[in-house]
Design a binder for this molecule. Structure first.
Ligand code: ZN
Length: 501
């Protein structure tokens, strides 16, 4: 057997182990009896450590070297092995003891965070967060960095993201976007009260499944279930599942979050299948993952052509509340920009204020310019400045997100970067498919799948986020597309144009 084939064989075996862990995680989050949760979590932690040890083993290093010496490698195969080597060298920088300490700290922190959020008491979570910040500083130093320790943390989620890039993007937003959104916030001329009536959970579920099928989520290669926090999980090739959550007093919440997860799932399902467990068959970054989920959620499912196709069906499901509501009125309500303290409930514009706030605080913590003692105050001050909101308590403030309890610092910026990549893809797609919106109006989403397959999904991890953007759009990340998108869409919404639709 050639060196390359031997490496693929080993990667495939590790991928099978990963599949087992993924299925255990999916079960943990969906259906398993509560009594088994502790033991299951322990089993998952144990197997995850084994997977990490296997991956950083000497044997794996030799397999990689032998594969590189294989004379018959194609260019793509060589690249596949080189990126795997990069991942291997990087993973080796984190000693198993560090990984274990990190994982022990975060599993405790997660439990404490839940309690702290429930009681709305940051002081309970504070010592754990302080430890998590220290561990992240140590992690950055172990991984190594040149310009900024935060770079090392960012690169865990997106290799081509740097503090410099995030700074540049957010400072453009501050110059050209923040005032525009704050002006929309002051207008308060959109009524969305009808979205906040009672909408039966089962009917929302049925409508969501109906839409997902139309959009092309293949239910023979995935499924949808309820969970506490919506997520997507790839079990193995040909099985990528999503979950959702019902909100009976906010129409749109369940649908949009399911479409978001579907975007993640379509990306995973569209990755090349020939080399499981190697970069060729993996997604490239969380930024590109979010570019896919937020593309479907915001750019498609919050668009007017989308609702020109689906609104009559939605009215059929919820005749009692929507029969008198025009399509235009519905579309405006669905896109209302509002002062919301909660990131995951916010509209697609103010969403980025939430991310900027988290980024500023994380960076200051990693630079030790800020301690966790000052965090609630700094959080609240920024919410006042960006959104004009007085944060009422820690639960709706500094404790709202799960991420820090999981130990993930450097993750939040990928949500914004992903959204901006997504807007850039949208403009390129409009260029390549001039009849795009007519197709959406007709409910034909196949050309969108084909475009994403060719330009994004087919590259696996052989191209970085930046390289994918260049391939698909001719340039690296450019936030101006998103700013342009926001102006094109929101001025008509707020200035009452198209009132006749
Ligand atoms: Zn997502």
């Amino acid at each position: 057997m050639s060196g390359y084939k031997k490496l693929l064989e080993r990667a495939r075996q590790l991928h099978h182990l990963y599949s087992a862990v993924a299925l255990m995680e999916w079960d943990l989050e969906t259906y398993m009896p509560k009594g088994g949760v502790d033991s299951r979590s322990e089993a998952i932690a144990f197997l995850s450590r084994r997977l990490h040890e296997n991956f950083i083993s000497k044997e794996m290093g030799e397999l990689i070297e032998n594969a590189l010496a294989d004379p018959d490698l194609t260019e793509a195969q060589r690249k596949n092995v080189l990126i795997m080597k990069e991942d291997y060298e990087k993973a080796k920088k984190l000693p198993p003891e560090f990984v274990e300490e990190f994982s022990k700290t975060t599993s405790k922190a997660f439990v404490v965070w839940q309690e702290a959020k429930h009681k709305s008491d940051f002081s309970l979570f504070k010592p754990y967060l302080a430890k998590i910040v220290e561990l992240n500083i140590e992690k950055a130093n172990l991984l190594g960095w040149e310009k900024h320790p935060y770079d090392a943390l960012l690169s865990e989620y997106d290799k081509s993201a740097t503090t410099e890039l995030v700074e540049k993007v957010f400072s453009t937003l501050k110059e050209q976007f923040v005032d525009f959104v704050q002006d929309l916030l002051d207008r308060e001329n959109i009524d969305d009260s009808f979205l906040r009536k009672y909408y039966d959970k089962q009917k929302q579920w049925e409508f969501t499944v109906f839409v997902l099928k139309k959009l092309g989520y293949p239910f023979d290669k995935g499924r949808m279930d309820y969970s506490e926090h919506p997520f997507t999980i790839g079990i193995n090739i040909g099985d990528v599942r999503i979950t959702t959550k019902a909100n009976e007093y906010l129409l749109g919440d369940m649908l949009l979050s399911s479409v978001h997860e579907m975007g993640h799932a379509l990306y995973d399902l569209g990755l090349p299948t020939e080399a499981p467990g190697t970069p060729m068959s993996e997604s490239t970054s969380l930024s590109i993952h979010e570019s896919q989920s937020r593309f479907w959620e915001n750019y498609i499912a919050r668009s007017l052509p989308f609702w020109e196709h689906f609104y009559t069906a939605l009215q059929g499901f919820f005749h009692e509340h929507l029969s008198d509501v025009s399509l235009w009125k519905f579309y405006r309500a669905l896109n209302k920009v509002s002062r919301c303290p909660i990131r995951i409930q916010s509209d697609e514009l103010t969403y980025h204020f939430h991310i900027m706030i988290r980024y500023e605080l994380e960076k200051a913590l990693i630079e030790r310019r800020l301690t966790v003692d000052d965090l609630p105050h700094e959080w609240n001050t920024r919410y006042k400045a960006y959104l004009g909101i007085d944060i009422k308590n820690d639960a709706e403030g500094v404790l709202q997100d799960v991420h820090w309890s999981h130990g993930t610092i450097g993750y939040f910026p990928t949500y914004s970067l992903g959204t901006f990549y997504g807007a850039q893809f949208l403009f390129a797609m409009e260029r390549d498919i001039p009849e795009l919106w007519q197709l959406v109006r007709e409910g034909n989403f196949t050309p969108i799948h084909q475009w994403l397959q060719k330009n994004i999904w087919s590259h696996g991890k052989l191209l970085t986020s930046e390289e994918i953007a260049k391939f698909a759009t001719g340039e690296g990340l450019n936030v101006h597309y998103f700013i342009q998108y926001a102006r094109n869409k929101y001025l008509p919404i707020y200035e009452g144009e198209l009132e006749t639709v």
